[in-house]
Design a protein around this ligand. Structure first.
Ligand SMILES: Nc1nc2c(ncn2[C@@H]2O[C@H](COP(=O)(O)OP(=O)(O)OP(=O)(O)O)[C@@H](O)[C@H]2O)c(=O)[nH]1
Ligand SMILES: [Mg+2]
Ligand SMILES: [Mg+2]
Length: 265
């Protein structure tokens, strides 16, 4: 094909092919959801319907890309684990990051319209998401990564639950509640909720306390380099057909990982 004299500009493009044989985690996060949640009047501290929108958008993403083995989400964020052998977009970083960000944004809007037909999204505040991708070499990193996000969910949720209880039930201003919580640890907040408001934090919904785990569940066949082309295609097909299950587990710990060896194949 004849090249135009302008074609040389293409040489300036750069591509980052992510390290092969490593786990990839893509994390998406809603842009300015503090404002977004105020504008569309999310319940405080947690809006179960908004979480459902987020979870459904993440499920759509998993259904679209069978290389996503599992995902974890809370608040306005989701982390997706891509399998070690993933060759999606030839592991091109920019392709992966931009596709995930745009896919989650449009799916969030789509799912929002199904869940909240009464709350129309306005052009001035559309839901948009950023995305980043991190390469991890070992299973330990992946397990620690998901524990990190889940602990973060717990810490934020305990804080938000106490903060909004002080404001809504305790009649404090935001500033007053903030000051009261300054320097407190988990046990202080638990005690505050219980003693002053009769709320046992343990009885709060699991989805709020522990976040949501989405898992691609299927009959496990060991993969690896030694599979024939035919076997590989069979495993590939299985992965595509696999069901995507939603859990709200106490901890993403040993039992979770040991029961699902294919996630970290
Ligand atoms: N009331 C309410 N607010 C929520 C809920 N989920 C998320 N949010 C809001 O969304 C924010 C998400 O936090 P961040 O992602 O750190 O902050 P952000 O405002 O999105 O800012 P950037 O991510 O930096 O663009 C929270 O701080 C809350 O204000 C919810 O269920 N209810
Ligand atoms: Mg955000
Ligand atoms: Mg966030």
């Amino acid at each position: 094909m004849a090249k135009s004299r302008f074609e040389y500009v293409k040489q300036f493009e750069r591509e980052n092919f992510l390290l092969p044989d490593t786990y990839l985690i893509v994390r998406v996060d809603g842009k300015g959801f503090h404002k977004f949640s105020e504008e569309y009047e999310f319940s405080k501290p947690n809006d179960i319907r908004a979480l459902k929108v987020m979870n459904n958008a993440a499920k759509n993403l998993m259904a679209q890309f069978p290389d996503i083995m599992m995902a974890y989400g809370d608040s306005d964020e989701y982390s997706f684990l891509l399998r070690r052998k993933c060759s999606l977009f030839e592991r091109r970083e920019m392709k992966l990051v931009s596709t995930f960000a745009s896919f989650i944004s449009v799916n969030y809007l789509y799912e929002w319209n199904l869940e909240f037909p009464e709350k129309q999204i306005r052009l001035e505040r559309l839901p948009t998401f950023d995305a980043r991708i991190v390469v991890y070499p070992t299973i330990k990193h992946i397990r620690d990564y998901f524990s990190w996000r889940q602990v973060d969910c717990h810490i934020n949720n305990l804080y938000n639950t106490t903060f909004w209880t002080l404001v809504i039930k305790g009649g404090m201003t935001g500033r007053e509640a903030e000051n009261k919580l300054l320097g407190t640890v988990s046990s202080d907040k638990n005690e505050m909720l219980f003693k002053e408001f009769g709320i046992n934090y343990n009885n709060e919904s699991e989805i709020f306390k522990k976040g949501t785990i989405l898992v691609r569940e299927y009959d496990y066949t060991r993969e690896g380099d030694d599979l024939s082309k035919r076997q590989q295609q069979r495993v590939e097909k299985q992965r595509k057909k696999a069901s995507i299950e939603e859990y709200h587990l106490d901890i993403i710990g040993d039992t979770f990982w040991n029961e699902r060896p294919w996630l970290l194949e």
